[in-house]
Design a protein around this ligand. Sequence first.
Ligand code: G6P
Length: 541
Amino acid sequence: MTARSQALDMLRAVARKDAGTRIAHQFAVDPKRVERMGVEAAGLYLDLSKQSWTAEGFEAALDLARACDIEGRRAALFGGEAVNNTEGRAVLHPALRAADDADFRALGEPVSEEVAATRREMARFAADIGSGAETSGAKQPFSAIVHIGIGGSDLGPRLLWDALRPLDPTIDLRFVANIDPRDMGEALAGLDPETTLVVVVSKTFTTQETLANADLAKAWLAANLSPRRMAKHLIGVTAAPDKAETWGCGRTFGFRDWVGGRYSLWSAVSLSVAVALGWDVFERVLDGARAMDQHFLTADLERNAPVLLALAQIYNVEGRDRHARTVAPYAHGLRRLPAFLQQLEMESNGKRVKRDGRPVDTATGPIVFGEPGTNGQHAFFQQIHQGPMVVPAEFVVVRHTSDAAMDDREGDAPLWSNALAQAQALMIGKTGAEARAELIAAGASEAEADRLAPHKTFPGDRPSTTLLMDALTPERVGALLALYEHKTFVEGVIQDINSFDQWGVELGKVLAKAILTDVQAGEPSAGLDPSTAELMKRLMV
Ligand SMILES: O=P(O)(O)OC[C@H]1O[C@H](O)[C@H](O)[C@@H](O)[C@@H]1O
């Protein structure tokens, strides 16, 4: 038996024992709990004291981390080894936010100089668009950007823009991901092709949705601009520049195969955001992520925010059979965080085999879902409070969400007090006796109180994590996303899986092509299952 499986078994055993004690009770028996389970990292504060683990459970989780050689795997990642072992690639997103004079190597090849050169190129392009030095085909300043991309080529940049955009931006930045033409139709509505820049973002430059949308945008430009002028409006961001140029991009910005799609927002993938926000703002995002990298690299495991966040999840999934997690960002600017995390975590760790191809011996990633607070409170939170299934919650709380809120006397207190209240309610709950006493106090008869009390009872003892930041600044947003990246990596290490491939998305793509071929031929191919054939026929009429 390996040290890892021994530690895993121990964690499961301790967690089963922990089930007999309530979270709220732990504060009484362990006065150091908040201190021990609260850590600061790169301007964020992480509170894990409302998780279900006892002091013993917390230690058992740390022992598991120690048994999994997190330090060794972390060194392999930062050292540019082939951590993505099914594709033989390094995984070096930290190199993208490192200092200019860093010396990262991917499989031994130096990469930092090229990273710095691309950053300089991006900075110049952003400055030139901003100043009007870089003009459209008609020699006018650009006033709008249409960013076309999907998955990792969409979610990160979109989140950055939502979180950091000014209320009245000088560049009208719009995102298009879906192959439903409605998405592009909405994005192009009201834009002037003469002053619109189209940025096509695709690592592979083969993604069906992105190419279909890029063709739509090109046709829209072509209806108004000459081919020579049009080239100035078409920018590619890709790891396959030849493909982008063949397609018609007048200029391309590159990144390498050691940048995974869902880890790519630190690269030229965020070009359109860097242009629209200004390069200095984007640089501050990188600074924040770099601060989190430093924390991850240097903090002891028991004070290491990404490690502890990962352990809380492993404890819930492995120890307590909790296979879902809800994320509630209490900031309108972070409303797409759940969608970003769905890709980051579920595409990274939703795996059935370990690095060596043998079946996993853990449950791997849980289902991640969420909505911004307070919206989610008026919808699915009912089930989080009273449903029979325990769903750990994660509250991301921002003291000042925007300048507008800071002008208000109460600031954001009405927003964040809701987050604190939800976490508290989940933990303390309300007993049947308390519910009954409240009903009686409100004038209900004994019989009525007996009838209604079970409906008004909250089991409580439901775990949550709270993440605090002072303001939605570029640095904090960068640190937050880097925190989640490293958390995802640590989970993958503990589960012994490759977090950096995504073969699970391939089969559907291949079958979609085959179905489209059938549709073009006018009938389902022989051998197609009857259900799919029937659905296809109904759609083809
Ligand atoms: O950037 P692209 O090559 O167009 O890929 C876009 C996305 O599609 C793929 O199917 C993967 O699931 C994602 O990880 C990726 O981010």
